[in-house]
Design a protein around this ligand. Structure first.
Ligand code: GLY
Length: 570
């Protein structure tokens, strides 16, 4: 009978010095995480959640554009082909690491309108209304057009109008509606409530079937003006005028002055390290970067990974780290231009040690007994993500959003684009859960011109100073834990990037006190987690990762099988 491969290797190893190394090797050999293959290319790679947008980015790279150019083309293309999240009417974050080592983070998150106020979503009895979720009052001032233009002016190489050409073509000639898009437009409740959205995306009830062509002539005209005039059109020109008029006519909150005043902010990426990998990630107003760094701090040297990927023991330990971070998030994270976010205290090694020490490896701690940490002693739903690496080795990670799927549901008449419902990311009523069930505090209360706290976590990893991974995801509050798990799957469990993306996910956010697990986790694992005290709840899926890994001269692109996305390279 044939000797198993593992046994043959161990038998033939004569030099005992190699045994520990071999054991590590065998652990990976023996792991189930070696079956799915990423897309491999030598020079450049684009991964998005929609193939037309991927192709738009790749064409830019092939014709000599850099990663920022491609990010602009993809951002505008997704605004046409992925209307649930791709956008002109939303906002996001762009993280870049250039081949020469420079890094930047462009914050084009939406801002509250100038006339926004703390209690604007409460009724006369102080109860929370639904106005932060849908309709003309739900939107923050969009930042996408200004943010992409800022990135292009500072770092782009190709002419702006050339980068908008693919999106313009997709909007005016139309594109074939995919199965997923047809399903998603039909399923959403919010579009039918607003006549312009109902007409464009639902054809007044004659729903699109897969394969039918969706043309968006109003959006094409808006894109044409932006291609010609840049963000001037969107914030001061014809688009701005029509935008502000529609707002006024429909009881909305955004004024022409708000549009004129909008500016993206360039910030320093948040940096940290995990097991020798350097991490570049999203600073506040994202809560994601602080989150993954704190949770990695808790996990490092904890030995949590020894029971293997997908084991109840590993999931339990990571979930307890998640529970503790989301408690801190509820209290300490907000727009840093309005609130002093105690980043260094939240990431202080001694504080992190107390968090780690508070975890019982055998028992879940009820969230009612976990509170935001006392930091005094430590004084020092729908979004989308795409990842790009160009032939020079420049890397760009963009996460941008309308917040909920199809945002506020409002398509501005004559302009063809949907608006965000990002105001729901504020604490509309501190202490009361938002759309993602997140409890948020005073720090994130609504104030004029403030940016709502985000979970978007575009992240880049370096190994020995060189580019190693580009990663990010949509998923509301689950973005942070999704990104964390993909990184852990690669770094701690030795998975290739496609397996790391495919692997079943789980999520804990302190409140509600539930451990959400993708249903594919085995029943035995769920039972073991329950026996440790977790309230386990099945979810269908979480996150839609777009990731790239650099491995010995190859770029490996991994789109998420949970989406219709793809990776393409050359
Ligand atoms: N709108 C989702 C987020 O920014 O976290």
């Amino acid at each position: 009978m044939e000797t198993p491969l593992k046994a043959r290797i161990v038998k033939s190893s004569v030099n005992m010095r190699w045994v520990p190394l071999l054991l590590v090797f065998l652990q990976f050999l023996g792991s189930p995480a070696t079956c799915a293959q990423p897309v491999r290319a030598r020079h450049a790679m684009v991964v998005t959640r929609e193939p037309h947008a991927t192709r738009a980015g790749l064409d830019v790279l092939r014709s000599g554009g850099n990663a920022v150019d491609a990010a602009v083309a993809v951002g505008f293309a997704l605004a046409v082909t992925h209307p649930a999240a791709g956008n002109l009417g939303g906002g996001g974050f762009l993280l870049a690491r250039f081949a020469d080592g420079r890094t930047t983070f462009i914050d084009f998150r939406e801002r509250a309108p100038g006339n926004a106020s703390r209690n604007m979503y409460l009724d006369e009895r102080g109860a929370l209304t639904h106005d932060s979720l849908a309709g003309y009052r739900a939107s923050g001032v969009p930042g996408t057009v200004a943010g992409l233009e800022y990135a292009h002016r500072k770092f782009g190489a190709k002419p702006w109008s050339e980068l908008l050409r693919p999106s313009l073509q997709l909007a005016s000639d139309g594109f074939s509606v995919s199965y997923g898009l047809a399903q998603s437009m039909r399923a959403t409740k919010v579009l039918s409530r607003f006549p312009e959205s109902n007409r464009i995306f639902l054809r007044d009830g004659r729903y699109f079937e897969p394969g039918e062509v969706l043309k968006q002539p109003e959006l094409a005209r808006t894109l044409e003006r932006i291609a010609r005039e840049g963000s001037k059109d969107f914030y001061r020109g014809e688009t701005a005028q029509l935008f502000a008029e529609a707002m006024k006519a429909n009881g909305g909150t955004i004024t022409l002055e708000d549009l004129r005043n909008y500016k993206p902010v360039e910030r320093k990426p948040l940096t940290g390290a995990y097991r020798g990998y350097q991490i570049l990630t999203a600073p506040p107003p994202s809560s994601g970067g602080v989150g993954i760094l704190q949770m990695m701090g808790v996990l490092e040297n904890s030995g949590y990974a020894k029971s293997g990927p997908g084991s109840a023991a590993a999931i339990h330990f990571v979930a307890e780290a998640m529970r503790r971070y989301y408690a801190d998030r509820s209290e300490y994270l907000a727009d840093p231009d309005f609130f002093e976010v105690p980043v260094s205290k939240l990431l202080n090694p001694r504080y992190i040690e107390t968090l780690r020490a508070s975890i019982d490896p055998e028992r879940a701690k009820p969230s009612s007994e976990v509170h935001p940490g006392d930091l005094k002693a430590y004084e020092r739903a729908e979004t989308t993500h795409y990842s790009i690496v160009d032939a020079e080795g420049n890397a760009v990670a963009v996460t941008y959003t309308l917040n909920g799927s199809y945002g506020s549901g409002v398509t501005l008449p004559g302009l063809g684009f949907l608006l965000n419902n990002e105001m729901d990311d504020f604490s509309a009523k501190p202490g009361v859960p938002n759309m993602f069930g997140l409890i948020q505090g005073e720090a994130n209360a609504i104030q004029p011109n403030k940016r709502p706290l985000s979970s978007m976590t575009p992240t880049i990893l370096l190994r020995d100073g060189s580019l190693y991974m580009v990663v990010g995801s949509p998923g509301g509050s689950r973005i942070i834990t999704t990104v964390l798990e993909v990184i852990l799957n690669v770094v701690d469990f030795g998975m290739n990037i496609q397996d790391a993306v495919n692997w079943p996910r789980f999520h804990h956010q302190w409140q509600p006190d539930k451990l959400f697990v993708e249903w594919r986790h085995s029943p035995d694992t769920k039972a073991l987690l329950q026996s440790r005290g977790h309230q386990v709840e099945d979810i269908r899926s979480m996150g839609e990762v777009s990731a790239i890994l650099v491995d010995r001269g190859w770029l490996e692109g991994a789109a998420d099988p949970r989406s219709e996305g793809n990776a393409e390279g050359y």
